[in-house]
Write a protein that binds this ligand. Structure first.
Ligand code: ZN
Length: 415
């Protein structure tokens, strides 16, 4: 499967956020996960069966809503011969919209990764765990700790460490036995060390080569000095793995506990690696900003204007930015306006207020997601879009001081 773009990930995250906020008044929201290889006829027969059982639900409102959701699903499934490659997920139900009203809503998602398990779930909220898992960090680092007697190979996936191989050597100690020549002893010892390093290299390469290359961030090597340096310099790792070595770290243990010690020793470097690209972009933005080159832009309308003329080199969007352009109309007179409405994840939106001409309540008649709109403009113009986390200082400045969006320009436009 093609790797998802940052924008697709952002959109998917937004959709899950919206679904998470939806609640049913009773156990009446249906989530249906259909994997690629599931027979649609099996699904429809289960739904018909659920429909029959729903007749036993005591609350009339809940019963009507559950049956309504199932009927809506059954009619949609009539047009589906087979689930798409990654499967398909339906969320259907009478969603509480306040003011004592519910609204029958359906959201259909094609997940970014294959669904493995078929699932029918009926509850007062939608079942999202499977999809939320797909957003979790799968970044992987190869971990290797070694000295001349022992080595352990493991993987760090997201925040989780797993140990895969443990090796011990028969390298003799430095003390030679009587009768051996010092020279001969030293030679045998070096051969044994070399053999052990080779075994370590082979074992580590074997484990690390199983990692999907798109998730593989790098290899960390830990141990006492100068063993780890000697090992690295000897090129005992597979050449593809060798290129992935991002650092050598001092650790005292070379058993399984050494793997977490290694991760701790490297933690600063790891977070730097994750954020390095974003940091560099934000630093570029600030350098241009303070140099007064005119090659920066912020404010949604200014950025849009710069995008239109093709002047944007990189568009920087805060991961925390939620922005919508609302077209607002008065129900009683001809008053119409647009307003940009921003919020942070988890915040509730605000009502548009009253008409300045006649005082009637205003209504939002159209919503355009600003992040989607501008990212799509970037796609068309071949402009790079970078989503910036708020986990570092410049990133949180983007959100708090620049309204969540800024651009580095190719040239000054004076806009
Ligand atoms: Zn009005």
């Amino acid at each position: 499967m093609a790797e998802q773009s940052a924008h697709q990930k952002y959109e998917f995250k937004r959709k899950l956020e919206a679904l998470r906020d939806k609640k049913g008044r009773g156990t009446e929201l249906v989530s249906l996960y259909i994997p690629y290889d599931k027979q649609i006829s099996d699904v429809t027969s289960q739904l018909r069966n659920e429909h029959g059982q729903a007749a036993n639900i005591k609350s009339k409102v809940t019963r009507t809503n559950v049956q309504g959701a199932l009927e809506s699903l059954l009619s949609r499934l009539r047009y589906l011969n087979k689930a798409p490659e990654n499967g398909i997920v339906y969320f259907t139900g009478a969603v509480d919209v306040g003011a004592n009203k519910t609204n029958m809503e359906t959201t259909i998602l094609e997940p970014p990764e294959p669904i493995i398990t078929y699932k029918y779930h009926c509850d007062s909220s939608f079942y999202l765990e499977t999809l939320e898992d797909m957003l979790r960090d799968k970044k992987t680092y190869g971990l290797l700790v070694l000295d001349r007697r022992e080595a352990t190979v493991g993987l760090l996936v997201g925040k989780h460490i797993e140990s895969y191989r443990h090796l011990t050597s028969n390298v003799p100690g430095k003390q030679r036995k009587g009768g051996q020549s010092a020279h001969r002893f030293q030679q045998l010892r070096l051969i044994a060390i070399h053999d052990f390093y080779k075994r370590i290299g082979d074992a580590a390469s074997e484990v690390f080569l199983t990692v999907d290359h798109k998730d593989f961030e790098g290899v960390l090597i830990g141990g006492p000095s100068p063993t780890k340096e000697e090992f690295e310099a000897g090129e005992f790792l597979h050449h593809e793995i060798e290129k992935k070595v991002v650092g050598l770290f001092d650790v005292a243990y070379t058993d399984e506990s050494g793997l977490s010690e290694l991760m701790n020793a490297a933690s600063e470097k790891l977070s730097d690696l994750d954020l390095m690209v974003e940091k560099k972009l934000m630093q570029r933005f600030f350098v241009e900003l303070v140099s007064d080159s005119g090659k920066t832009s912020y404010g949604i309308e200014q950025i849009r204007a710069n995008l239109v003329v093709g002047a944007v080199d990189v568009l920087l969007i805060s991961e925390d930015l939620r922005a919508e352009k609302d077209i607002i109309k008065c129900g009683s007179c001809d008053y119409e306006t647009t307003s940009i409405h921003k919020w942070k994840p988890g915040d509730a939106g605000e009502a548009p207020g009253t008409c300045p001409k006649c005082g009637s309540i205003l209504e939002v008649v159209k919503k355009v997601d600003v992040v989607d709109e501008l990212s799509e403009m970037c796609d068309q113009m071949g402009t790079e879009v970078a989503f910036i986390s708020t986990d570092f200082e410049e990133g949180s400045q983007l959100m708090n001081a620049f309204g969540g969006m800024a651009a580095i320009l190719r040239y000054s436009t004076g806009i």
